[in-house]
Design a protein around this ligand. Sequence first.
Ligand SMILES: [Zn+2]
Length: 326
Amino acid sequence: MIFVAAVLLQLLSVVLSHSDHTLLLLISFDGFRYDYLKLAAESGRKTPNFDELRAGGVDGLHVKNRFITKTFPNHYSIATGYDEESHGVTGNNFFDNVIRKKYSNDNMTDPLMWNNGTMDGGAEPVWVTNEKAAHSTLYPKRSGVIMWPGADAELHGKRPTYHITYNGSFPFEARVDKMMQWFSNEEKPINLGLLYFQEPDGTGHKFGPDSDEVLDKVVEMDKLVGYILKQLKKHRLLHRMNIIVTSDHGMAETPYVIQLDEYVDSSWYQMYGGSPVLNIDPIPGLCRPCCLGINLLPDQNTVLNFETTRVLSLLRQRRGCLQCPE
Ligand SMILES: [Zn+2]
């Protein structure tokens, strides 16, 4: 009898696992440059868990990020499938020139922040599309999102079933644990999870993308991938889980710095965004000082000359200052 029960339980388990639908976990490691794994291997560091994922699936050479290469725009492109000019999130903080409003970390719950582009009603992130499909299939569809840019706002009338807003000090393994709870929830399980980690981007910014510290962080992220795989096995989710590991952009050393204050008085314009691309909005009527700024450009650095001249030239055009002397 015990034997039969055991067999029945085993059969039940097989039937359930085969009849259950597939799941998707999308993981982003911020600023994980395409060659970090190669550089880690060349330095003698081991990344067995990334190796396991790559060997068992499809391995892309790189991700072609959008321009501007910032976290919010690229994560929102990944989630919506649209370029930045379409979804309109052109920076981690940016200025909407039509309604004259600045968006930043302070506006994450504002749907307009995520609907700034050319699309009627705004682009639709995949967690919303998934929630919308909840009743169109044989099984319920629910999304769980951990710290993915855009998920703080209600978009197209929907929020993910489960969501955690960005908190840099929230431990990485605890984020994984939370995601596992959502996938294996008995009442309302999710079929789609988006999971964000702010490394190795943070270490890259602190020590530079070509530093040993970044490669050490890559090894740490490899251990985290090992933890994710272990937890998926423990929760009996791995056999039906599709996993996508990706990133939003890479990182490069900057050979020079443009000190804009050396060329243009900071009281002549409003500035938004941050490196590597600034949004500069000149204060109306101050075109002539902008022209004066060009006269101050040094001749030695052609890159600096070109970039800064181009910026200032655009400023003049935007403000109808073409009459200013070159
Ligand atoms: Zn990023």
